[in-house]
Write a protein that binds this ligand. Structure first.
Ligand code: ADP
Ligand code: MG
Ligand code: MG
Length: 351
């Protein structure tokens, strides 16, 4: 019998478009003889639109964007699905969602409540990994080396901006990076070289979140590694990102395509060992399962700092995470198979 697989994509998030592209790529790579594939599109308003299972992959990206019908004008479509409430084997849900309302534990929580197996990280890892302040606090507790950081709430900033800026300047030096705490894809992130830029960056970052993080800027190479597994996570080879822009911003990630991904990254064996160790430590510290991409800074003198983990990393065939695994011997479609297996393994452990 075919394995039922629901692809969950779109989403109420800044990374809506990226998610559609990912769903398209995953669909093309799936073996339709092995899986019964059902697309579930989440509109930008947050409505869930479930289609019938497909016979073949859709031909164009736009075919994945479906408007809800009148009857579907409630976001509980998924709950009403007979496959879910019957005794049939439940579908495995593959949330191809990045950022808020997808990668942050909210969808994972819904799937837990529905008692459905799903691919990737659970509620705790997803939500802790999405909040850069919480994530860094956990890394600090685990003894992982990272850059210094300060956090700020919109509320305190609105009450006394000068005080918050001074707090930043007492702890960090320029350049520093200002980021919304809960986002990804470099949205709302700015590098600041002085007070004026810091003030502008605060205004922008607070448009996206009530909490922001300010980090010490570091001059370093950006090295990333893939981690795959549940209780015995394995590491891929490492890759390097060489952005043409001043840093790896949203445009560099998704628009200009000029950013070079070098796989495997040319780093000393010893540095690779350190990165592997730190990646596994980070995976365990956040209680991850399934997958993460762990991102590091490596300075000229070989110091390794963890930057972040992404619990649902970019997942098109030309994204870093799948490419890292390809270079480690796992093709895109095999990687998808493995992720489905890992999701089921975790689900079955809990039953
Ligand atoms: P996102 O989760 O959106 O990817 P990151 O924290 O990875 O956010 O930041 C995006 C990019 O900004 C990084 O890939 C890097 O190029 C740059 N960057 C972020 N923080 C720093 C830092 N502390 N020092 C130097 N560069 C940074
Ligand atoms: Mg990120
Ligand atoms: Mg990043």
């Amino acid at each position: 019998m075919k394995r039922k697989l629901f692809l969950l994509y779109g989403g109420k998030s800044a990374e809506h478009q990226v998610s559609i592209r990912t769903a398209f790529a995953v669909m093309q790579a799936l073996d339709f003889d092995k899986y019964e594939v059902t697309p579930v599109y989440i509109t930008e308003e947050g409505q869930w639109v479930k289609r019938e299972a497909l016979e073949n992959p859709v031909k164009q990206l736009n075919d994945l964007i479906v408007k809800p019908t009148k009857e579907e004008q409630n976001s509980l479509t998924l709950f009403n699905n007979s496959a879910i409430i019957s005794n049939d084997e439940p579908p495995v849900i593959f949330p191809l969602l990045h950022g808020t309302n997808g990668e942050d534990g909210t969808v994972q929580g819904l799937l837990e409540v529905l008692n459905l197996p799903y691919v990737g990280n659970g509620v705790l890892a997803s939500s802790a990994g999405m909040d850069k302040v919480i994530m860094k606090n956990i890394f600090a507790q685990a003894g992982l080396k990272q850059v210094d950081y300060v956090s700020a709430l919109r509320h305190e900033w609105e009450q006394d901006k000068e005080k918050v800026y001074r707090r930043v300047e007492e702890s960090l030096t320029y350049p520093c990076f200002v980021k919304p705490a809960n986002l990804g894809s470099s949205v709302g992130i700015n590098k600041c070289n002085d007070r004026t830029e810091l003030e502008d960056a605060f205004v922008e970052a607070f448009q996206f979140d009530r909490k922001i993080i300010i980090e010490q800027g570091i001059e370093a190479r950006e090295i990333e590694i893939g981690v795959l597994g549940n209780d015995e996570p394995q590491c891929s080879v490492v890759g390097e990102i060489v952005p043409k822009a001043e840093f790896y911003d949203y445009k560099a990630k998704y628009e200009d395509g000029n950013t070079a991904l070098i796989i495997p990254a040319d780093i000393p064996e010893e540095t690779y060992e350190t990165i592997k160790e730190m990646a596994i430590q980070a995976f365990k510290a956040l209680d991850c399962s399934g997958l993460v991409r762990a991102d590091f800074f490596v300075t000229k003198d070989g110091e390794v700092y963890i930057n972040e983990v992404n619990t649902m990393p970019g997942f098109t065939p030309v994204s870093m995470f799948p490419l890292l695994w390809k270079h480690s011997g796992l093709e895109y479609s095999q990687l998808i198979d493995r992720l489905v297996e890992l999701g089921l393994e975790r689900y079955n452990e809990k039953q």
